[in-house]
Each structure stands twice: as structure tokens, then as C-alpha cells.
Design a protein around this ligand. Structure first.
Ligand SMILES: [Zn+2]
Length: 1095
């Protein structure tokens, strides 16, 4: 018998055709005995068709970097040779030797002698020769910006790290001068982003822009026209996109080069004359397409030869700047992945397979590993030893979203009911039965895939094995064939050995002066009347099992009896907030339908009752305390929805004072701004977690409310925080109501515990997210919804084995919204490698960034922000230097060589570094920073991706009748055409930017006014007009909103208007006003750091 059959090296589902049919209904339902109830199983038949077709797909797909699917073997086969030839060069990415070789000549030139022309200050010299063949290699092994980077740009570490103060920040930047004039709307990041530093001309007149700007080509589509290298001064097919400014602006002399050097601290001056004028982003981008076969090579890149012969020092022009088009483009990578991987389903049967990017729409077929919607890893190939892992410095982490919502065409996990015996587990490590367990001795025992313990198979679970050693019922049982499934939990998994009651929702409404004055209370009460009909319910259930209760408060609390037998609600006031108790049990938590009349009456009365209130003070901790006590008394888990307006300064536990102090920014004490003011909140949170009481907090502050402290309880109980600064009904109700509706309706798991088990050799050592931990292994979540992730970091505690790989099993025990206790299991098998190149080939940058951002955002609680930034930079440099040293083929040190899978690491990391938490601009409040910090903590990978690198969509480029979303352009001012309009979104914010020269017809169609000047800046709603453009834009806005977990309020921004400053904050490839480096500058800095590490 072959015991190994159930283990992934060979995709277990790849071959099973013969057996497969059994998977069909018949056997499933017939399984009766120990399997699930008929209903949940019905759906289980669904996947069948997929199964039959998929095997071939899985294999033919050749995942980008993981080599041929039968992973290990294939890689080894073709890999060896190549390694011999190219040192450790990666075979996958850097295919043909020919290509590799080409680059060499070009790369040689690195001498300081090549120092660019005289116009550059001596210090800056360095940029070497055009990268020549670098472009080609880029697509392979990694991308190479063969830039001759300045040998030693000014201050290094210092420089990069963010300036210590805003003032010094700007001062330190070579171009800082520009910002002085920024308010005029002229200079701005654009020029620096793309211009030669020497020619930055602050005044860029609108007219000239108009003429010179070509509608930015949207990232991707450039390919055809771009086959040849471009000279710095030329654009793609026509007026250049970016250069115009420079062409029309005064010659370099305009600014004495010296001026740029003034600041000792600045990031490497932008004199990065990274040549490579014509480097085509497309080339690096080829994620999947050109990957395998060399044949493609010849044709798609005819230009390659040209590059080789285009060596020489930076002849072309005075440029000396790194061409923004020459550096890896997020847009290109995203587009390539969509094109290459968005067309066929992602089948999870292959171990260690890197999934498509989060920005790609794809269907998932579960064939034994959890869908990437549930788990994404920083790498799908883990180094075998801790030494290797340390050398690479690539964090090994998984971002897990246990209750992720799936698209309609993917089935929710099947529920397995093993009756009273409960789920089958390993006796030693307690791992749950899963597809990787190996049945032996004719099926009488199984060996645990996590700890190797041999366990007896209970008689009721016994099944014969087929000739391959696989149980004949493997495909009839979700827990033996799927990556994700659920078990019904027995009473042993319940608190106090008692099945739970259905959860309750308690709405706790601030009725102080501010809440009443803004109209919030009236709006909320009105909304709740209808919203209560949409409480989450178990699928198939007629009505929600969730009970509801109501409390209002200011300095005191008011409880309401809404028992169905009452004619009118009754209020009970508790003014002793120091010793909170719940004045009533019977009638406080009720069924909505039964008590509807009384509830409606209450909601009608609340706004009236407090209409004339003069009470401005509020309490906070006693409110949560009361809700938690109410749940405790009712012996159930649940959620508190808190609607709160002000800093709780009333005399009560948890009373706060205003301690906001912006002077602390960039000092060692800055971390205190992120820490809670008092320990009372943590203590309370702990009690809430014990009760399964989750808190969702809606804040409506007019001023500082100390989000850092108020968000502690939501954060530790798995809840959410929403913030509506300066709330006004007319402006903000749509956003608030959308968030509220979604929040109330979303499916939540209550009173949950999550545990991540791993196979021998690695273990979970660190956790990030909204939860509480009282020991080192159990993640406790009073509540967990489908938007929240838990990020887990792994470390080695032993050597891993290439053959057996590494396994993760995430088990989440929770109470469903109907009060059912369940276990949701997700399994994932990863590859292990002894070659660093395999690690780098199977990384996922988006997940890496998600992890690194969370790591950094937690770091600011304890370390100076600058130290946190420096740590990130160092780690990134180490990761890339290790690749360069061990995996890239030998080349000049002057070349920046990035692993294909990580070529966006620098640009994305730079976005994290200059985010509001790590490098706040003057307009960012302390509360904003604390708010974002806690938001990011539980974001999934798709959310962090767009949050840090916003999506910028040109609206008039594509044909009006086109129904597909426009292709994004890079987030840089130079990509904006003043003749176009754009949408920019990052998951929280949504802007519509209108260029000053946009056609009058467009203005009329969208805004119903006759000219640009008549458009109201700051508009948040587009008029509903009956024309194709208006419909299209409004439709697109709706669709963007639907993709995000929070409602994005629209802000219309006009070019050159005051509000534009706000918008520009999100153009993350540009230098930021707060001192954040431009992408180009950061890349050069990173290059320098890497070179230092290598030398
Ligand atoms: Zn075990």
C-alpha cells in the first residue's frame, strides 16, 4: 500500500479520476452514518464537474514560479542544470542563458568614470551606463535596474529615515524648495518624480500642461508602441507623457545643481541618472506568459538586441534621472497577472502553488488546500532550515481570513457532523482530520501529518483503502478531500459544557448634546427601525435568532424594557456609573418580530426624549461594561454597537483627558500617542472576551477623542471601529448608513478561539490582528467577521524536509449567528526548499507587505517611529541583497537586480514607510493615525494592497460603451492628464479628479454645468444625469464601493484647487509633502543599501 498517496507532493486530486466518480452524490448522501445532515451536504455534489476537469489544468498551468506542478520533481529536473550554469541564477525566472549573457556587457560599465555629465554635482555622479540588456533579464531572473547608482549618495540611513521633524524634513530634501510654492498648485511632486532634478521648474503653467500632456497611457497597453528604447526626451508614440514639462521648461541651469544638495539628510538626491530610458515595464511584468518557453523570447522582445548595443555612458541628453517607466510598475504587474491568471480557475490540489494576485479575479476550486481567500502566505516555499530563513530575512507568515466571504460561484465550506463522537483528531497534537493524514494498516490506523503520531481509527470511521493507499471514501468526505470544511462541535467544545444560546446585539446610543445636535440620533433611530429586519441569520432560517437590546447614555445610562407585552417601552436610569449593573433582565433582550411595536415606539421616542438635552459629557467604559454584563446575565455571546461622539470626560471609570500633543511627533515619546491612556480599557476588553462580547464602535468626533484609547476594546474583542469626523447628516449620512447596514448584517462568528497547528519543524510564533491572547497559542476572538484577518508568523524549530513539505492547519471554534457551535478548518500544504532561489520564486509581495505593515504598525507602540521605518528598510534591503548574492547571476554591482516576484517590494514598502502612521503630514491628526493603525491591523491582503498603493482610473480613455473597468495608471501626478478625469480609491477614500482642460462636453455630461470653473469643488455626489458618461462614471463608483468593506465617500477635486493637496497625498509614487521619498528616489536608496550590504 502506498501510504503517501494522501500527501500532496503528487497532487492528490490530480489523478483520481477513476476514483472520483464516487465523489458524486450517491456515495455522499449514502455515507450517512457519520456524515452530515442531508441539507448541508446537498451542495457537496457541486464540485464534481470541476473535479473531473481540473486535474489537467492544475498540471498544465505551470504556476509562475513554482515550477511545474509536480513541484519538487520538476524543479529539480530542469533546475539543476541551470544552476550549474548560472551560479544560483534562477532558472525559472531567468531562463535562457543567452539572455542572461546579454546583460553582462551592458552591466560592466559601472565605473565612477561614467559619471554623468558635468551638469551634475560631483557628488552625484555615479549613474552608469544604460542597463542595456538589463531589460531583458528583468523579465527573467528579476528585474534589473542597471542603474549606476551613486556610489554613496549623501547620508544614507539618516537620510532615508524620515526626517525628524516636518521642518527638517522638507529642508532635508533636495527639492524641498519646490514645496514652498506648492500651494500654488504648480510644482508638486510631478516634476520631481520625473524630471531631472536640475530642471525642475516650479512653475508649470496650466496652458503648457494642456498642450504637452498626452493622456497618460494607462500603464499596460504601451507594449506595442514601445518596442524600442525611448530617449529620455521622448514619449511613447506622440507627445511624451511625462517629459513635456522639461522640454518646455528652462534648461537645467535654471537651478544650480548645487541647490539640490543642500540638505544633508535628504534621500539620495534624485540625480539618479538611472539610464535605461527605454526600459519597458512590460518586460518585467511578464508574470506568467513568457515564463516558461524561451521561444517567446525572440519575438516579443525584438528590441533586446538593441539594448545590448546601446551601451555607452549616459549619452542621451542631460537626463541623469531614472526614467519612471524604467522601474517596475505595479500596474503592469497587476495587468499581467490578470491576463495570465484570471482566465482559468485556481485549483488548490498542488502543494506550494502561488495563487493569482489579490487584484486578479479568479475562481477557486478546492482540491485539498484552503483557498487563497482564506489563507495567503508570504512564501509558498519555505526554507528547510532556520539558517536559510535568517539569511533571506523573508518573513514567513500567513494572512488568514477564516470566515472570508466567498463569491457566489464558490461553495461555502461543507458542514460535517460526526455526531456525538465529534470530529476526529490526533490524540497527541489534537490536529483535526484532514486530507493529509495518512491511513495505514489497511485503514485501521492513521498517522498524523502534523506530529507523526499513530492513531487508531474509531470503528465508526473505518474505511478500506484502495490500491494506492487512499481511503475509498476519500472523495465523499470533505475532511479527506478538501482544504476547508466545518465540523459541528459537540458539547465538549462549549463553555461550561452547555450548548450556547443564540447571540444578542445591543445598540448603545450616545444621546449627549453633540449627538442630538448633529441629527445623528434621529438618523440612527430611523434607520434601525428597518435595519432590524436584516439581522444575520443562518442560511435557510426564516428569521434571525439574534435578540436585540437598547441603551442610551450620556453621563448616565438608560436601559429600556421592550418586552412584547408592554404597550410602551420603559426606561430605567442607572446613574451610578462607577458600579455598573443591569437593572433589568426580562424584557431587555428581545426578539425583533415579537417586540416590534414596542421597539418602533422606542426608536420614535428617543430623539424626542433628548431633543433639549444640554448634557455634553459622556462616559464610555461603563457603557461597554453594562452591555457586557447584560450578555453575561443572558448567558450568551453577542455584539455591542456603540455610537459615540466625544472624549469621555465625565467622572467614571475610564475617564480620559485630552492628551493630544503633536509636538511628540518624531520624538521618542511619539509612541505614547498610540498607546491607551489608561489600563482600564484593556482590563475591560479582557472581561468582554471572556464573555464573547464583541464591540463595534462608531465614532462621530468634532475634535480629539483619543481613538488610540477608545479603540482598545473593539480591537481586542475582534470588533470594528468607524470614524466620521465632523459628522453632518447631509454630508455623511450615506456613508454612515452604508457602513452601519453592512456591519449589522454581516455574518459573525462569536466567542471564537483560533489555533494554528503546523507540521514538525515550524511553529506559529507571532500573531497580528484584532483579538486577544491569554497564552501563546490560542487566538481569542469575542467576535470574528468575514472581513477580518489574523496574521500569523512562523519560525523554524527544526529542519524541514523537502519531500514532506510543511503543513498548516487553522482551526476556528465559534458560535454561529444561530447559536450553533462549529469548527471551521483550513488546511494548507507548502513546499520546502534547500535553494534560496526557490524561496524567492514563490513569494507573494502583496502578502509580504501586508505582514510588514502590520509588523511596523505594531512596532510604533513601543519604538520610535523612525526606528520602525529603519527596520523595514533594513529588512527589505537584506531580503533583496540575499537574492542578489545567492540567486542572481553575476553582474555588475551597479545593477539593481530584483527577484521577479518581489520587484514591487520597494515601491510598496515605500508606500508603507510614508503612510500616515509612519510619516504623518501636517494635516493628519493623532486620531487619524491611531484609527488607521488599528484598521490595518486586521486588513486582508487585497485591502492593504489598495490602501498603500491606491488605484487611479482614467475615465475618458476607454470607449464609453466599454463595460470593463478602465486600466489603472500609476499613482503619480505625472500620469495625470489635465484633459481627463480620474477616480482614485484606496478602500477608504474616493476622489474624482477633474483636469483643468477637460472637454466642456465632459463637464456638462458629468456635472451639468457649462464649464470647469463652475464645478463645485468638494462635491460628494454626482448629479444623476441621463447620458452615457454620467451613467458610466456613477456605475463605476458604485462598483468600486461594492468591492470594499467600507463605504467610500466621494470627493470631487479640481485641478489646481485647494483640495488637490488632499488628493495628491495619495499619489504615492511622488515625493510627499511630509518628506516621504518618491518611488524613484526610494528605489535608488534601496539600491544603495543593498550595495552596502553586499560590499
Ligand atoms: Zn498529531
Amino acid at each position: 500500500m502506498n501510504v503517501n498517496q494522501s500527501i500532496p507532493p503528487v497532487p492528490p486530486f490530480g489523478q483520481p479520476q477513476p476514483v472520483y466518480p464516487g465523489y458524486h452524490q450517491s456515495s455522499y448522501s449514502g455515507q450517512s452514518g457519520s456524515t452530515a445532515p442531508a441539507i448541508p451536504y446537498g451542495a457537496y455534489n457541486g464540485p464534481v464537474p470541476g473535479y473531473q476537469q481540473t486535474p489537467p489544468q492544475g498540471i498544465s498551468r505551470a504556476p509562475p514560479s513554482s515550477g511545474a506542478p509536480p513541484a519538487s520533481t520538476a524543479q529539480a529536473a530542469c533546475g539543476q542544470v541551470a544552476y550549474g550554469q548560472f551560479g544560483q541564477g534562477d532558472v525559472q525566472n531567468g531562463p535562457s542563458s543567452a539572455v542572461q549573457m546579454q546583460r553582462l556587457p551592458g552591466s560592466q560599465p559601472f565605473g565612477s568614470t561614467l559619471a554623468p555629465v558635468g551638469s551634475q554635482p560631483a557628488v552625484l555622479q555615479p549613474y552608469g551606463p544604460p542597463p542595456t540588456s538589463a531589460q531583458v533579464t528583468a523579465q527573467l531572473a528579476g528585474m534589473q535596474i542597471s542603474s549606476a547608482v551613486a556610489p554613496a549618495p549623501p547620508s544614507s540611513g539618516l537620510g532615508y529615515g524620515p526626517p525628524t521633524s516636518l521642518a527638517s524634513a522638507s529642508g532635508s530634501f533636495p527639492n524641498s524648495g519646490l514645496y514652498g510654492s506648492y500651494p500654488q498648485g504648480q510644482a508638486s511632486p510631478v516634476s520631481q518624480a520625473q524630471g531631472h532634478p536640475g530642471i525642475q521648474t516650479p512653475q508649470r503653467s496650466a496652458p503648457s500642461q494642456a498642450s504637452s500632456f498626452t493622456p497618460p497611457v494607462s500603464g499596460g497597453p504601451r507594449l506595442p508602441s514601445m518596442t524600442g528604447p525611448l530617449l529620455p526626451g521622448q514619449g511613447f508614440g506622440g507627445p511624451s507623457v511625462s517629459q513635456p514639462n522639461h522640454v518646455s521648461s528652462p534648461p537645467p541651469q535654471a537651478l544650480p545643481p548645487g541647490t539640490q544638495m543642500t540638505g544633508p539628510l535628504g534621500p539620495p538626491p534624485p540625480m539618479h541618472s538611472l539610464q535605461q530610458p527605454g526600459y519597458q515595464p512590460q518586460q518585467n511584468g511578464s508574470f506568467g506568459s513568457a515564463r516558461g518557453p524561451q521561444p517567446n523570447y525572440g519575438s516579443p522582445y525584438p528590441a533586446a538586441p538593441t539594448f545590448g548595443s546601446q551601451p555607452g555612458p549616459p549619452q542621451p541628453l542631460p537626463p541623469k534621472r531614472l526614467d519612471p517607466d524604467a522601474i517596475p510598475s505595479p500596474i503592469q504587474v497587476i495587468e499581467d497577472d490578470r491576463n495570465n491568471r484570471g482566465t482559468e480557475p485556481f485549483v488548490t490540489g498542488v502543494r506550494g502553488q502561488v495563487p493569482p494576485l489579490v487584484t486578479t479575479n479568479f475562481l477557486v476550486k478546492d482540491q485539498g488546500n484552503a483557498s487563497p481567500r482564506y489563507i495567503r502566505c508570504t512564501s509558498y516555499n519555505i526554507p528547510c532550515t532556520s539558517d536559510m530563513a535568517k539569511q533571506a530575512q523573508v518573513p514567513l507568515a500567513a494572512v488568514i481570513k477564516p470566515l472570508a466571504t466567498l463569491p457566489p460561484d464558490e461553495a461555502s465550506p461543507y458542514v460535517v457532523d460526526h455526531g456525538e463522537s465529534g470530529p476526529l483528531r490526533c490524540n497527541r497534537c489534537k490536529a483535526y482530520m484532514c486530507p493529509f493524514m495518512q491511513f495505514i494498516e489497511g485503514g485501521r490506523r492513521f498517522q498524523c501529518c502534523f506530529c507523526s503520531c499513530i492513531n487508531d481509527v474509531p470503528p465508526q470511521y473505518f474505511q478500506h483503502l484502495d490500491h494506492t493507499g487512499k481511503r475509498v471514501d476519500a472523495y465523499d468526505r470533505p475532511e479527506l478531500s478538501l482544504g476547508s470544511y466545518e465540523f459541528l462541535a459537540t458539547v465538549d467544545y462549549c463553555k461550561n459544557n452547555k450548548f450556547p444560546s443564540p447571540p444578542a446585539f445591543i445598540f448603545m446610543i450616545d444621546v449627549s448634546y453633540n449627538a442630538i445636535r448633529t441629527g445623528l440620533v434621529r438618523l440612527l433611530c430611523e434607520e434601525l427601525k428597518s435595519l432590524l429586519d436584516f439581522l444575520p441569520r443562518e442560511c435557510g432560517a426564516e428569521e434571525s435568532a439574534i435578540r436585540v437590546g437598547f441603551v442610551t447614555y450620556n453621563k448616565v445610562l438608560h436601559f429600556y424594557n421592550v418586552k412584547s407585552s408592554l404597550a410602551q417601552p420603559q426606561m430605567m436610569v442607572v446613574s451610578d456609573v462607577a458600579d455598573m449593573f443591569v437593572p433589568l433582565l426580562d424584557g431587555f433582550l428581545v426578539n425583533v418580530n415579537e417586540s416590534r411595536a414596542v421597539i418602533t415606539s422606542l426608536l420614535d421616542q428617543i430623539p424626542e426624549m433628548f431633543a433639549d438635552t444640554r448634557e455634553t459629557e459622556t462616559v464610555f467604559v461603563p457603557v461597554i461594561q453594562a452591555g457586557m454584563e447584560a450578555l453575561k446575565a443572558a448567558e450568551c455571546a453577542g455584539k455591542l454597537f456603540l455610537f459615540h461622539t466625544s472624549l469621555p470626560i465625565a467622572e467614571a471609570p475610564g475617564k480620559l483627558k485630552n492628551r493630544d500633543d503633536r509636538k511628540l511627533i518624531n520624538t521618542d515619546k511619539e509612541k505614547t500617542l498610540f498607546q491607551p491612556q489608561t489600563g482600564a480599557y484593556q482590563t475591560l476588553a479582557k472581561e468582554c472576551v471572556a464573555q464573547g462580547c464583541c464591540i463595534d464602535l462608531f465614532l462621530f468626533p468634532n475634535q480629539y477623542v483619543d481613538v488610540a484609547t477608545l479603540s482598545v476594546v473593539p480591537q481586542l474583542t475582534g470588533g470594528s471601529v468607524y470614524k466620521y469626523a465632523c459628522f453632518q447628516v447631509e454630508n455623511d449620512q450615506e456613508r454612515f448608513l452604508s457602513d452601519l447596514r453592512r456591519d449589522v448584517q454581516k455574518v459573525v462568528g462569536f466567542d471564537a478561539v483560533m489555533r494554528v497547528r503546523t507540521s514538525t519543524g515550524i511553529r506559529a510564533v507571532d500573531f497580528f490582528g484584532a483579538f486577544y491572547m491569554s497564552n501563546t497559542t490560542d487566538v481569542e476572538l469575542a467576535g470574528l467577521d468575514g472581513d477580518k484577518t489574523v496574521t500569523v508568523e512562523f519560525k523554524h524549530d527544526d529542519r524541514l524536509n523537502e519531500e514532506s513539505g510543511a503543513l498548516l492547519q487553522c482551526a476556528l471554534l465559534y458560535t454561529s449567528c444561530a447559536g450553533q457551535r462549529r469548527l471551521r478548518i483550513h488546511n494548507l500544504a507548502l513546499n520546502c526548499c534547500t535553494q534560496l532561489a526557490d524561496l524567492y520564486r514563490n513569494c507573494e509581495t502583496d502578502t509580504l507587505i501586508n505582514y510588514m505593515a502590520k509588523f511596523a504598525y505594531r512596532g510604533v507602540l513601543n519604538s520610535p517611529v523612525k526606528a520602525v521605518r529603519d527596520t523595514l528598510i533594513t529588512q527589505c534591503a537584506q531580503i533583496l541583497a540575499c537574492y542578489r548574492k545567492n540567486c542572481a547571476s553575476p553582474s555588475s554591482a551597479g545593477q539593481l537586480i530584483l527577484p521577479e516576484c518581489m520587484k514591487l517590494l520597494p515601491v510598496y514598502l515605500n508606500c508603507v514607510l510614508k503612510s500616515d502612521v509612519l510619516q504623518p503630514g501636517a494635516e493628519v491628526t493623532t486620531d487619524d493615525r491611531a484609527y488607521v493603525r488599528q484598521l490595518v491591523t486586521s486588513m486582508d491582503v487585497a485591502e492593504t494592497n489598495v490602501f498603500f498603493y491606491p488605484r487611479l482610473l482614467p475615465l475618458t480613455k476607454s470607449p464609453i460603451e466599454s463595460t470593463t473597468e478602465p486600466t489603472a495608471v500609476r499613482a503619480s501626478e505625472e500620469r495625470l492628464s489635465n484633459g481627463d478625469i480620474y477616480l482614485l480609491e484606496n478602500g477608504l477614500n474616493l476622489f474624482l479628479w477633474v483636469g483643468a482642460s477637460v472637454q466642456q462636453g465632459v463637464v456638462q455630461s458629468l456635472f451639468s454645468v457649462s464649464s470647469f470653473s463652475q464645478i463645485t469643488s468638494g462635491l460628494s455626489v454626482l448629479p444623476v444625469l441621463d447620458n452615457p458618461l454620467s451613467k458610466k462614471v456613477r456605475g463605476l463608483i458604485d462598483s468600486l464601493r461594492a468591492q470594499r468593506s467600507r463605504y467610500m465617500k466621494l470627493i470631487v477635486v479640481k485641478q489646481e484647487d485647494k483640495l488637490e493637496m488632499l488628493f495628491k497625498h495619495f499619489l504615492v509614487e511622488d515625493k510627499s509633502l511630509s518628506g516621504g521619498a518618491s518611488y524613484v528616489d526610494f528605489l535608488c536608496h534601496m539600491h544603495k543599501e543593498i550595495r552596502q550590504l553586499l560590499s
